[in-house]
Design a protein around this ligand. Structure first.
Ligand SMILES: Nc1nc2c(ncn2[C@@H]2O[C@H](COP(=O)(O)OP(=O)(O)OP(=O)(O)O)[C@@H](O)[C@H]2O)c(=O)[nH]1
Ligand SMILES: [Mg+2]
Length: 225
């Protein structure tokens, strides 16, 4: 029984890998770089995107993943960028992550030919999104200081799966017991040498570095076929 369950999980992940490769081929054909943006609920993904996307030196689009509703897409539409909302709730509570097939289902609604960079805001969750590649070039995760310094140690997969860790809400540090050195110690233990940035989406402190990082990713896109 146990072996059957494992096989089903492996097959599902194999299917995801195949569809992610098809997404990747479409992104390459259109010359689009893709960032998968992940975090626990409320770490500040949408606030960071509101803060930086309008200043990224590239043509940017957003795919917003949420269980239900269009609150985040509505917020980002103020930036006058192409934004598509993708809901994972099909009536049974909703998936806690985006997978390659869900992203594929939304590609037709995105003007890929007019984009250099697509940011996919994943569903807020600190585990599942990291298990499903969607055809992205890079994965970024946000960990806010209100979540505590033990999170890399307790949820290693997400911290291991990304190329950049954003430590957000540093404007609140003076009100918290958050031990930054301890956080960085845990981070280095689960993902040695991973790039990280300290920032506050609220005040804007440190966000230029993230903006420039996104611009750099956009510039790595291959020329459209
Ligand atoms: N003090 C402070 N609050 C922040 C900061 N960034 C975000 N917030 C607040 O944190 C809350 C959640 O922010 P969101 O940007 O919606 O978080 P999210 O990760 O997009 O949330 P989900 O999409 O639901 O997973 C909001 O009340 C924001 O105003 C920050 O740097 N400092
Ligand atoms: Mg959000």
């Amino acid at each position: 029984m146990h072996r059957t369950k494992v096989k089903v999980a492996e097959d599902a992940l194999d299917a995801n890998t195949t569809i992610a490769a098809a997404n990747r081929a479409d992104f390459d054909r259109h010359g689009v770089s893709v960032v998968n943006f992940m975090s626990a609920p409320g770490a500040g993904k949408t606030t960071l995107l509101e803060r930086v996307l309008g200043e990224v030196d590239a043509r940017v689009g957003v795919l917003e993943g949420d269980v239900q509703g269009s609150a985040d897409a509505d917020r980002l539409s103020a930036l006058h960028l192409p934004v598509v909302q993708l809901n994972t709730d099909s009536g049974f509570g909703g998936e806690c992550h985006l997978d390659a097939n869900m992203v594929r289902s939304a590609l037709g609604d995105l003007p890929l030919e007019d984009l250099d960079l697509l940011v996919i805001e994943n569903v807020g969750n600190l585990v599942c999104p990291a298990e499903f590649k969607v055809g992205e070039d890079a994965r970024v995760m946000v960990s806010s200081v209100t979540e505590g310094e033990d999170k890399p140690f307790k949820y290693p997969l997400m911290f291991r799966a990304c190329e950049l860790v954003l430590i957000n809400k540093i404007d609140l540090l003076e009100h918290l017991d958050f031990d930054l050195d301890r956080f960085l110690y845990h981070l280095d233990a689960v993902h040695p040498g991973v790039e990280h940035m300290l920032l506050s989406a609220k005040t804007g402190e440190g966000t230029e570095a993230f903006r420039d990082w996104l611009t750099g990713v956009a510039k790595t896109a291959p020329a459209p076929a």
